[in-house]
Design a protein around this ligand. Structure first.
Ligand SMILES: *Cc1c(COP(=O)(O)O)cnc(C)c1O
Length: 355
């Protein structure tokens, strides 16, 4: 606490991101980045945008990028909002759409940024426990069981479990809460779940958020987007224009457009990750690990007899970093990002020693 801080600052519990080590030669499987670099066309587009026009502000409404998103996901540009990483899009959604008299509802085990935004914006929330096998119970999000929610948010696939709901299950939640905003954070959807973007045409209460950080290999560029009814998008725009008029810079916009347009590279690299996830899962199971079924670019695993913290430490001694959350219910799990096949082999070899 400092006497110079606004009072709210002392009450915050900021999000702690996964480590970005300065050391070289680490096998970095801790923050769900894509193991393959972005499309060469992305690098070319960014280089081409590196010119004298950097003296000018970017387009405040990011029309070119919103059009590229709209084309990539098959909706009208008026239904698209873009921001500086999906974390920023999420932050605006929390303030614009998720702060109501009744509490916001989300799972007990989920993206740990959600409670942080609630703290920042003074949003009342309640968490609902995942089932024993770490699934979201759809009934928990229908008004019948716990009454009406102020709003609802969850990732699909969920993080850090990797487990996904079907489109039909999500539509039950969205249709069962027609006067309540439902945000589905699809950060990992391209690795094996089905997107509910198409449902936004039928349900004006549904907002779907995507990032280019994971499946498009652009965590360093900071671009994310949301798709929903013009009414929801307008709410986001009002908050964005009260915060930062130019969240997506010229280079980021150029790179993001190129990434969205290079469908072939996207397909090829996401399929490679899906394939390695299969190998990794089989290898981990052979070492005795329980592996939750993953639709994401990471697996969430526990060993029946070895402590997760000790396993993480053993891996680190072998220059491999994974994510271990010291949180209730999941402190015996490790979240391991799916890397290249070579990284997967190094991981399995190291774990065979440590276990
Ligand atoms: C990685 C992640 C994000 C944030 O992505 P950025 O676009 O890099 O800010 C959002 N939600 C979930 C569930 C994530 O795992």
């Amino acid at each position: 606490m400092s006497r110079f801080w606004s009072p709210v600052v002392g009450t915050l519990s900021p999000y702690v991101p996964g480590e970005q080590p300065k050391l070289q030669n680490l096998v970095k499987l801790n923050t769900n980045e894509h193991p393959y670099g972005p499309s060469p066309k992305v690098l070319e587009a960014i280089r081409a945008a590196c010119d004298d026009t950097l003296k000018l502000y970017p387009d405040p409404s990011s029309d070119r990028l919103r059009q590229a998103v709209a084309t990539a996901v098959g909706v009208a540009p008026a239904r698209v909002f873009v921001g500086n990483g999906s974390d920023e899009v999420l932050a605006h959604a929390f303030l614009a759409l998720l702060k109501h008299e009744r509490p916001l509802r989300f799972p007990d085990i989920t993206y740990s940024f959600y409670p942080v935004y609630c703290g920042l914006y003074g949003i009342d929330y309640e968490t609902l426990p995942l089932t024993e096998d770490f699934r979201i119970d759809v009934e928990d999000y229908l008004p019948g069981r716990h009454g009406q929610a102020g709003a609802i948010i969850f990732p699909n696939p969920n993080a850090p479990t990797g487990r996904a709901l079907s489109v039909a299950e999500i539509e039950r939640i969205v249709a069962g809460n027609p006067d309540t905003v439902v945000v589905v954070d699809e950060a990992y959807v391209d690795f094996g779940a089905e997107s509910v973007i198409a449902l936004t045409e039928r349900h004006d209460n549904l907002l779907v958020i995507h990032t280019l950080s994971k499946s498009r290999s652009l965590a360093g560029l900071r671009v994310g987007f949301a798709v929903g009814s013009p009414e929801l998008i307008d709410g986001l725009e009002r908050v964005k224009n009260s915060f930062n008029s130019y969240p997506v810079d010229r280079l980021a916009s150029a790179g993001a457009v190129a990434a969205l347009e290079d469908v072939e590279y996207f397909e090829q690299t996401r399929q490679a990750v899906i394939q390695t996830r299969g190998r990794m899962t089989a290898g981990l199971q052979a070492l005795g690990f329980e592996v939750l079924p993953s639709s994401a670019n990471f697996v969430f695993v526990r060993h029946p007899s070895r402590d997760a913290g000790e396993l993480a430490a053993g891996l680190r001694e072998r220059s491999i970093i994974v994510r271990h959350f010291r949180l209730p219910r999941i402190d015996q799990f490790l979240r391991i990002t799916v890397g290249t096949d070579a990284q997967c082999d190094l991981l399995l070899k190291a774990l065979a020693e440590v276990v």
